[in-house]
Design a protein around this ligand. Structure first.
Ligand SMILES: O=P(O)(O)O[C@@H]1[C@@H](OP(=O)(O)O)[C@H](OP(=O)(O)O)[C@H](O)[C@H](OP(=O)(O)O)[C@H]1OP(=O)(O)O
Ligand SMILES: Nc1ncnc2c1ncn2[C@@H]1O[C@H](COP(=O)(O)OP(=O)(O)OP(=O)(O)O)[C@@H](O)[C@H]1O
Length: 498
């Protein structure tokens, strides 16, 4: 990308999270990810250009040297740091301001450093040929997929109800979201198609910041964050229908069938090895007790084919394994964090912080530290720091997103259109898609975010225990058309035999 020839008109607002704002190129399959700062800092940049550059380089290094090795290279696009003309950044910041959701405007885009991360645009993959049907890209932020079993967990409820489901109560109580999502990550990570299907329906019903759909690079379905606007399922179905018309269903494809087929294709991609293909070996998951959340509405008695587990080359398996590097739970980790903190206070030289790689560099030595961490605590600062590093990596895996790009198989790939239709007709299967699976948002979590984690954990658990898992009236999702009353009663009605 030639940064000297950058023109504002070629870039548009694409999206944002808590700490970065993303712009996409109108023609090239590229995005620029810029840092955000608290609005109070908008007059004075909170860090120097060198620090901003280092922060973004750290993101690239962490993704390419650490997360890529744990999650699998094939899923990762680490990108590169670019230095943009300041005037270009300032003009863009003004141009995109009105498109930003109000609830994200407590932070402003960094207009001082000119540093940004340049990445492939995962919502308009290059494998798409412009003449054909645009790709559908589905973004899922799955969050934590297991229940802790650490001996340090002090509240029994944490071993029964997953963090996401408990957190929903806190989010509704604190006004972050008006309605509770009934999505449960443990269902998505189960590897059981029925449970995964159930989980995805709940993501569609109440997407919050966990689910988005893009068509040809445009976001066509997401929560209108902070607003009470109801979601438009009919509009979504209108977009999806052309992708799922096939065989004898060409005319009479019901909304339910379209949605079921869409979810089935998505589940296939999530269980696959990441780029076409059939998935490979099925690996047994951890003990059943850790993989069911008591707050999930999925009726576990109804599982028809037992728990299949996740294929070891699937994106969900890799993410879950990395999340499970959090072996101590925040309650067990905090004293180890405290040991490191104490050591840094006792030896305040910068060289100590550097030797322990508290703020990077995120290189092979960092990866080795966390991979070679002994199982027994010998009381050393090295043990504590390795556990903290593992925890931070697990945090990143608990907060990353998956992007699944679905491209309808082109006529070329399908030997002959007529034959394809006949095959679809005979098999009553949805049409074929090629797909690619990527993981985004693999930033390192700062060392000093750990005390906040402990406080948040305590707030979430005490809120859940205080309310007994009950929610205020009207805070349950109610998107017409996703679940009928009967389906809520019996989720097994939802599924095609597979
Ligand atoms: O703590 P959590 O689980 O609420 O996760 C935070 C996310 O909230 P969520 O619950 O997904 O809505 C939060 O997402 P939102 O701002 O709510 O969209 C961020 O991803 C935050 O990460 P960071 O501080 O920006 O690096 C996330 O913080 P970390 O815990 O990953 O630091
Ligand atoms: N490479 C990419 N291609 C396409 N879209 C992207 C890409 N990277 C990010 N996005 C979009 O921009 C949004 C914000 O990006 P991202 O999740 O990285 O921000 P963040 O501030 O790190 O989020 P968080 O709130 O989790 O900290 C994403 O949800 C996604 O929709």
């Amino acid at each position: 990308m030639d940064v000297d020839k950058m023109e504002e008109k070629d870039w548009k607002y694409h999206g944002e999270g808590n700490k970065s704002l993303v712009l996409s190129h109108v023609q090239l399959s590229r995005v620029l990810r810029l840092l955000k700062y608290p609005a109070e800092d908008s007059e004075n940049p909170p860090q120097t250009v060198e620090q901003a550059f280092r922060q973004i380089q750290n993101i690239v290094d962490f993704s390419s040297n650490v997360m890529s090795s744990l999650l699998g290279e094939k899923f990762i696009h680490s990108g590169e740091v670019v230095k943009l003309p300041l005037e270009f950044v300032r003009q863009l910041s003004i141009r995109v301001q009105h498109q930003r959701p109000a609830w994200r405007c407590d932070k402003v885009m960094d207009i001082y450093s000119g540093c940004a991360l340049c990445l492939p645009n995962l919502t308009s993959p290059v494998l798409h040929q412009p003449t054909h049907t645009p790709p559908l890209c589905i973004e899922i932020k799955p969050k934590c997929g297991f229940l802790p079993s650490s001996k340090h967990v002090s509240k029994d409820i944490k071993t029964k109800v997953c963090r996401f489901c408990m957190h929903q109560h806190y989010k509704v109580a604190s006004g972050k979201w008006r309605r509770r999502s009934l999505y449960c990550p443990l269902d998505l990570f189960s590897g059981n198609r029925q449970r995964m299907h159930f989980a995805i329906r709940h993501l569609i019903e109440e997407p919050q910041n966990n689910f988005k759909i893009f068509k040809g690079g445009q976001c066509i379905y997401s929560s209108k964050e902070g607003s009470d606007d109801s979601l438009d399922l009919n509009s979504l179905l209108h977009h999806l229908r052309p992708y799922f018309l096939y065989g004898n269903n060409r005319i009479n494809t019901t909304s339910k069938a379209v949605l079921n087929d869409f979810i089935q294709v998505l589940v296939n991609a999530l269980l696959s090895g990441g780029g076409g293909g059939d998935g490979g070996m099925v690996t047994e998951r951890q003990g059943e007790g850790r993989s069911f959340c008591e707050a999930s509405l999925f009726n576990k008695e109804r599982i028809r084919h037992g728990s299949q587990g996740l294929p070891s080359d699937s994106v969900l398996f890799r993410i879950l394994q990395t999340q499970m590097l959090d072996t101590q739970d925040i309650e067990g980790l905090y004293p180890l964090y405290h040991r490191v903190e104490q050591h840094l206070q006792d030896f305040p030289k910068e060289s100590v912080r550097t030797r322990l790689q508290i703020d990077g560099p995120y290189d092979e030595a960092f990866l080795e530290k966390l991979q070679k961490c002994p199982t027994e605590d010998d009381g050393s600062v090295e043990f504590a720091v390795a556990k903290v590093h593992q925890y931070r990596v697990a945090m990143t895996a608990k907060d990353c997103s998956i992007m699944v790009a679905l491209v309808p198989s082109s006529e070329k790939e399908e030997d002959d259109e007529g034959q394809r239709q006949l095959r679809d007709f005979l098999s009553s299967r949805p049409p074929a898609f090629s797909y690619s699976v990527s993981i985004l948002d693999l930033d390192p979590k700062p060392f000093d975010s750990i005390p906040r984690q402990l406080r948040l954990d305590q707030k979430i658990v005490s809120c859940y225990l205080r309310t007994g898992g009950a929610l205020p009236k009207g805070s349950l999702p109610s998107l017409p058309g996703i679940f009928t009353a009967a389906e809520r009663e019996d989720c097994t009605l939802l599924f095609h035999p597979v």
